[in-house]
Design a protein around this ligand. Structure first.
Ligand SMILES: [Zn+2]
Length: 421
């Protein structure tokens, strides 16, 4: 008989979700039989706490009963019912009391918000909502709470290396600016800025503050001019490195333009469609080609085409990254640019001009290579893209910002006395 009593719902709640100053009073099915309602009341003789200054204060009056949603149990929604008190605080006046399981702004209890937010990192927000019979908005609310708490409580101590990158989030050139910490021991998303302007990147430095910005030793970026400007202005002491991934991507883009234009021209002039189905043959790294693509490529290389010459220039450039000494790398770069400028292939010449213009920043790659690994930013950006795909229902900046901080920010979480997840 005793054992049965010991497993009452209130006993379980007292075990996993106990709060000093409050007691669970009564548990019953809701009117629809689909939910469980648990009444909560203040413990006898315990004073209410002011929600502004967090000090005990004399009671003033009661608000109507409110329900706070708790983690669902065996297919039943669970609600805690409580009449919040208002206090007459010496410092703050008449204010609603503070309750440890939630706050005035959220309908969900803290425990449930944390629970949903953790699931929302593993599942999409939509799947999370479905799994727990709640709505997408509630999941969003939960993530917003957890992220807000995390941003407020995260520590931004000495940051040695950062990477900045942009990511497109909607059609029509809508971009976000993402700033990552890329220290060897800690990689995380530090900042999400709207647009990819000078102002959006500067926002990061405003949050960081000057003393911390002055301690940054390495900055990794692409060749986007606003970023270059901000780095020069805010991090002049840091070694600025151009991200290898972006340069390779630019080069591939140029090659692809050459191939597409030449392919079109050959078709117009009534030539054999030599370039058909060669796109990936020339864009992919050699070691990643299928045997059929290898064969196709070998065949293609026999022809004196612009595409072939551009391809060979691109392949040749791979060597650049293999150097150890910046001096030798610099000589290689100059030679490569010279060759390319003579190639009479406009998109490739454009690349050469760009590389020449950023020569010094490019060579910084060799000064920093032992210190930071250049693949980190690319890896983080890929994760960001996956997050964008699965975590939101609407492509608004606010939702994306939340989703990105939530999955990549390594933010601290509010602590609970019991692990519900
Ligand atoms: Zn107060």
């Amino acid at each position: 008989m005793k054992i049965v009593r010991a497993m009452e719902l209130l006993t379980i709640l007292n075990h996993c979700h106990r709060h000093r100053g409050f007691v669970y009073q009564h548990a019953r099915f809701g009117p629809d039989q689909k939910s469980i309602e648990v009444e909560v009341r203040p413990r006898e003789g315990s004073a209410a706490v002011c929600s502004e200054c967090h000090q005990p204060a004399p009671g003033y009056d009661h608000l109507p009963e409110r329900c706070f949603e708790f983690i669902p149990l065996w297919g039943f929604l669970v609600f805690l019912l409580y009449r919040m008190r208002r206090v007459d605080c010496r410092n703050c006046g008449v204010v609603v009391e503070e309750v440890p399981w939630g706050d005035g702004k959220h309908q969900l209890t803290r425990a449930y918000m944390l629970f949903l937010a953790r699931w929302a990192r593993k599942l999409s927000w939509k799947e999370t909502a479905e799994a727990f019979h709640t709505s997408w908005d509630q999941v969003c609310d939960a993530v917003e709470y957890v992220v807000g708490w995390g941003l407020e409580h995260r520590t931004l101590e000495k940051i040695r290396a950062i990477g900045v990158d942009e990511i497109q989030y909607a059609k029509g050139h809508k971009y976000l600016t993402l700033v990552y910490q890329i220290d060897q021991g800690l990689t995380r998303l530090l900042w999400v800025g709207k647009e990819r302007t000078i102002e959006s990147f500067q926002g990061f430095f405003t949050v960081l503050g000057e003393p911390l910005a002055a301690q940054i030793e390495f900055v990794c970026s692409d060749m986007w001019q606003p970023y270059l400007d901000v780095i020069r202005q805010k991090c002049s002491q840091a070694l600025h490195i151009l991200d290898r991934f972006h340069i390779v991507a630019k080069m591939n883009q140029a090659l692809d333009d050459v191939r597409a234009a030449e392919s079109r021209k050959m078709a117009q002039d009534g030539h054999q469609p030599l370039l058909k189905k060669t796109r990936w043959c020339v864009l992919k790294r050699k070691e990643n080609l299928t045997s059929q693509q290898k064969f196709r490529l070998r065949d293609l290389l026999r022809y004196n085409l612009q595409t072939v010459r551009a391809y060979l220039l691109k392949e040749d450039f791979q060597q650049f990254w293999e150097y150890n000494s910046p001096t030798w790398a610099g000589m290689f770069l100059d030679f490569w640019c010279q060759q390319t400028m003579r190639s009479r292939i406009a998109p490739m010449k454009k690349i050469a001009r760009t590389l020449r213009a950023h020569r010094e920043l490019l060579l910084n790659y060799f000064k920093a290579r032992k210190q930071i690994s250049s693949g980190v930013v690319e890896g983080l950006n890929n994760k960001a893209k996956v997050t964008m795909r699965k975590s939101y229902g609407f492509r608004t900046f606010r939702i994306l910002e939340l989703a990105l901080y939530h999955s990549l920010g390594k933010l601290p979480e509010p602590e609970l006395t019991h692990e519900f997840f």
